[in-house]
Each structure stands twice: as C-alpha cells, then as structure tokens.
Design a protein around this ligand. Sequence first.
Ligand code: ADP
Length: 582
Amino acid sequence: MDVRRRRSPAKLPSQNNDVASSNVEVTSRKASDALPLPLYLTNTVFLALFFATVYFLLSRWREKIRNSTPLHVVDLSEISALFGFVASCIYLLGFFGVDFVQSVFFRSSSEDDVYEIDDHLVLNEDLRKKIPIPPCGQSLDCSSLPMKPNSIDPPRESDLSSEEDEEIVKSVIEGTIPSYSLETKLGDCKRAAAIRREAVQRITGKSLAGLPLEGFDYNSILGQCCEMPVGYVQIPVGIAGPLLLDGVEYSVPMATTEGCLVASTNRGCKAIHMSGGAFSVLVNDAMSRAPVVRFPSARRAALAMFYLQDPANFERLSLIFNKSSRFARLQSITCRIAGKNLYPRFSCSTGDAMGMNMVSKGVQNVLDFIKTEFSDMDVIGISGNCCSDKKAAAINWIEGRGKHVVCEATIKGEIVKNVLKTSVEALVELNVLKNLTGSAMAGSLGGFNAHASNIVSAVFIATGQDPAQNVESSHCITMIVAEGDDLHISVSMPCIEVGTVGGGTQLASQSACLNLLGVKGSSNTEEAGSNARQLARVVAGTVLAGELSLMSAIAAGQLVKSHMKYNRSSRDIGPSSQVNNR
Ligand code: ADP
C-alpha cells in the first residue's frame, strides 16, 4: 500500500507558471517525514534501529561491567549505536509522543490548522479563470488540481475510523491519490467507500448523511456492478400477488417509489387469480448485437452481406460464434447495408444470462474470422446501433430482442364489475382509443400499452436487471376484447431482456427477490436458460395485471382519486399547508 500518513509538501499545478511560482508547503514537518519512505516502512526502520541499538549497548555495557572497563570509554561502534539510539528515540517520541499529546490537548486547533493550511490552496479568482474546475466526480481523479475542503452542510459525523484514513481523505482531495484507485490501494472496499464518501462531502460541502454506507457488501460490486461507490440508495420493495401464471402462484417483488403501483398491480393479480389465472407463451429467445463494419465499396459490403447470410456458411460461423460461451448459441445473422457500411445483426440464445457480454464476445469471434475472408473489412464498432440496446428502435419492436413473450387472461364479467369496478365495454373502448389509436396518433414505437414500463422497471430493479434496458423491454401492445360477457386481455412483449445470472442478479437483495420467484441463478434443469425465460414470463404476467388494473381505474375514472389517496402522504405537504389543513 503506497499510502503515507503524511502529505508531502503539496505544490500547485506546475502547468501554470503563476501557480508554480507560489508553491506552498501545506503541512508542518512531522517525525515521519524523516525518510522518503511509506509510513509503515519508516516506522519499521526506526523501531528496528531502536531495539537493535538498545540491545547492542546493553550487551556492551554488561561486558564492560564484567571486565571492569569504564563505561565512558566508547569505541566507534558504540558511538554509532548511541547516535542511532538517540535518533530513533527522537523519531519515536516525535511520532507517537508529540502526536499523542497534540491529539489530547490540541485536537480542535490542529483540525483548524488543516483548514487554515488548505486555505492557502484555495484557487484565487484568477486561477479559477485559467483552470476550468471540473465537476466533482472528475475532480476526485484530478492529480494536479487541489480542491478546497468545504464545511459540510448539514454537520454530520465522520465515517472514518483512523487517523490514517483522515490522511488518505486529504490526499484524495488534493488529487495525490485518485479516488478510483482506493479499492486497489487499500484492499478494503468498505474502507475505500468510506474514505471516498468523506472526500466527496468535503469537496462539495454537502452532507451524504441520508445515503447509507453501512449494511452493504462493497466487495460484491467490485469490478462488476458499480465503480467509486460512496453508499447505496434504498428503494422499497413491495409484493404484488399471488400472480397465478401457467398454474403457478408467484409473489412478485417490485422495487418502486411510485405510490399506487404495487397496490394497483396487486388488484390486477387478484382479478386474474379469481378468473382462473393467466397463461404465457415464450415465442422467441435471442439476444442481439450488430456491429458496424466498413468496406472500400458498396459492392464489397454487399458481398460480405451475401456471405454472412448464406445458409451454407451458417454452420461454420455458428461454430466460431458459439466459442464465446458454453451457453451462447447463434440463431441468425441478418444484415442491413448503408452504402459501404454493413450492419450484421447476430442473434443468439444466452442461457440464463441476459447475454450482452456473451453475444458481444461471439460477434468479436466471427469478425476476427471474417477478417481472414475479407481483409479489406474495417471494424468501426462492435455495436452499430442496429442491435439495438437501450434505445427505442423499430428493429426491436418488429424482430424482437431478448425474450418475446405473449401473456393472456380471460377475466370474468362479474370480476370486471366487482373487483375492477368497471365494465367490459368501457375497457374495450378505452383500449382502442387510448392504447391503440392514441399511441398511433402519438407516433409511438412499441408503446401501445397503458404503463408496461412501470411494472418492467419495478421488477427489473428488484431482481437485479439492467434498468436501462427498460427502454425496449417495455415495448408492449395490450389488446382487450370482449368474449361474450367476459373480457380477454393480452400483452405481447417482444423484447424482455432479463437474466438470472451475471450483472446485478448476484447481489444479495436482488438475489433474494429472484429466489422468491424461484428463478435464482443458473437453471438446474437440462434446458439451459429456463430460469431467465421463466422470469420473462413473470414480467409479462405482472405487466398484464398492471395493465388490467390501470385501464380499469382509468375507465372507472378512479385514477386521480386513488393517486391522491396513496401518492400524497401528509409528509409531502409543507409546514404552511399543514397548518392550513388543520
Ligand atoms: P451477460 O452476458 O448477461 O452480460 P455475463 O457476462 O455475466 O452476463 O455472462 C454470464 C456468465 O455466467 C458467463 O460467464 C457464463 O458462462 C456464466 N453462466 C453460468 N451459468 C450460466 C447459465 N445458466 N446461463 C448463462 N450463463 C451462465
């Protein structure tokens, strides 16, 4: 660990001459400055010196007493040992003694000193004009731009556990230790988060008191889920259900801060359950990636397209693609061409993983191979946006991406009346005018539904999915038709992108939610990917429940009323209006 207890005399950025000329020493010299070594090495050297000289001098004096030699007669080795003894005493006294005394008697004044000293580092107005100050996150990684610690508003207790941590915080603020390197340097993810958090608070002058630090396993996110953590956001998880889907009851976890959402979905689940349940079909399962490659001419690009789409080449290409993982199985390659540029869209099954990494690796394998056939091919990007990941795109809506699920239920007329408080006719009419016609009028892309993304997002967050994939995962068309006295409702969702391994699914809370649904981790069955597929069905089933309930609320004119009841707690109301309400 290359972290020192002391700061070396900090200098303002040398790229600025005005600043360089005003180098200032920001700390008074300490005993630990004696050697240009890390603190622990300096301490080790002086402790070793102390004990070695004490041992040496005592043994020599014992010898002298035995031989009746006067003690004041000393040779060169004893002079050196005495010198070493005195030096180590001074060091150890200076390091432990003085610091201890200061920490007892002068704590507050020495803390003030830190700020006084760092005030020297405050960039004056001129310097601010010359060096643009980056946003907070960047400034943590800036090695040349010292930051001014601010007083923190509101005041709060520090999460730091030692004086060494305090020094590291100062180094992070000064930019001598990059914030991103704390985990590697300290080998302790929780400590790194605490130090970074403290540095952020001092730099911004804003307290993070409401953002918890404790109670989270920071090791579990290292190198996988989140960089430079300073805490975690708590999102409440509610349970909707039981959702009776394909004869099995599911309690569906939904992480949300939108009042009514879980309650409404729960009502939909109840109506579905009382009507005999919902049924789902998974019609396709393929994650896609489409790189963009360029050729010297459109003719060459077309040649490559014919090669990639030729069924005679598929077996060879899929063998190469599938090497990316034992779970990746190439299903199709479809190409789009734009002049000299080609966008081959590779689609494959990915077992229980959502599969973006897997499919990208497979595509890279194929591109490497094709390069041998088409040496004039230039790979511009592994993703050329025809994939299309985390963006609304007609290609996803039409061809699908991830799991394509259709889910349906027939709701008895009396349940529509008694539980959903509306009528079959009203729901059918509302669906035509809102979800179909209204969305068409709005030029919607895959948005022929009432609020699929509400349910998708809440289930995604609870189960550790990538919430950004909510964009295409929420593509959904809701159909409602009358069947005699009853109502048939269905949702068709061509792009549910979910996994039960990888990404955020392995984190403790998310894993618990997957466990609740019985789809945690890798499938045990022979059939790879059945957990992820089951999760996609549950997402669609829950969307069905959400659609049924919200559409009923709108048809019955209850939407605003229920939002006022469940979405507006008195805690939202400011003091003045509370007074008025009383
Ligand atoms: P993604 O491809 O969704 O981004 P990862 O990169 O984490 O996710 O890939 C999933 C990893 O999990 C791969 O290394 C894969 O070998 C492994 N794995 C273990 N069990 C399974 C499974 N049942 N299905 C898919 N991948 C699995």
